[in-house]
Design a protein around this ligand. Structure first.
Ligand code: NAP
Length: 227
């Protein structure tokens, strides 16, 4: 039986490339996107199934969870990839509360909500891999005032990775934070040194870890990073 992976924000960028690489590893790929048209096109081109998911909508998460339960009865890997970076010109002293909240809702609370939704299925199978796509910008040791909401959201996401890992201690469910590197995407920009292929590789590594793989860590390209 094929293992099943769900990837958020997979209509473009690193998420789409992760979908391609997971398919090559013979996974049943559930490509999700908030935009139906974009997602359907991406899934059709790749030859995988499409499922609409706006990570900000609790209803959308619940509906997809029910669908996965009915169709597959299991989820082996969850890649929390969807993310936004909307505060490149802002500073901690004057960034709007709205930007702070939207960023934290998308980059931090949504991965937590998705993990909480799908964890019971993983616990039932005693198998699961959760990949929280984080960033070096969330590394507290290098914090400064550039992109304050984004930094905060990824720092908190790393905290969530640690707490979730502790919560599933002793189970065959491995939960890690991954920095993909600086990757050429709409978010990363043209000047980024890494290709999509290189950027998605670390996510795929964490989504396919062996049973004795790491738990509750922060990695780039399979190498441990400082928090
Ligand atoms: P991207 O090209 O901007 O793609 C972001 C994806 O997230 C898009 O598919 C977008 O969907 C989706 N998304 C945003 N809000 C969503 C929502 N509410 N519901 C569902 N999907 C939503 O970014 P990327 O570079 O591939 O980034 C992927 C992940 O890697 C992010 O978590 C990012 O923080 C992280 N990261 C990237 C870099 C880099 O250099 N690129 C570095 C470090 C970390 P729409 O198309 O509908 O907007």
């Amino acid at each position: 039986m094929k293992k099943v992976v769900l990837i958020t924000g997979a209509n473009r960028g690193i998420g789409l490339e992760a979908a391609r690489q997971m398919k090559a590893k013979k996974y049943e790929v559930l490509l999700t996107s908030r935009n139906m048209e974009d997602g359907e096109r991406a899934a059709r081109d790749l030859g995988v199934s499409f499922h609409q998911l706006d990570v900000l909508s609790a209803k959308s998460i619940e509906a997809l969870k029910s669908q996965v339960e009915t169709e597959f009865g299991r989820l082996d890997a969850l890649i929390n990839n969807a993310g936004i970076l909307i505060d490149r010109k802002d500073h901690i002293l004057d960034i709007s509360e709205e930007k702070l909240r939207t960023t934290l809702d998308t980059n931090t609370y949504a991965p937590l909500a998705l993990t909480r939704a799908f964890l019971p299925m993983m616990l039932e199978e005693n198998y699961g891999r959760v990949v929280n796509v984080s960033s070096v910008l969330g590394q507290i040791s290098s914090f400064n005032d550039y992109t304050p909401a984004y930094r905060l959201s990824k720092l908190a996401l790393n905290g969530i990775t640690l707490m979730l890992a502790d919560a599933v201690k002793g189970k065959n469910i491995l939960i890690n934070s991954i920095h993909p590197g600086w990757v050429k995407t709409d978010m990363g920009g043209e000047e980024a040194p890494l290709s999509l292929e290189e950027g998605a590789r670390g996510l795929v590594w964490a989504a396919t870890l062996p049973d004795n793989g790491p738990q509750g860590g922060f990695f780039q390209h399979g190498k441990k990073m400082d928090w």
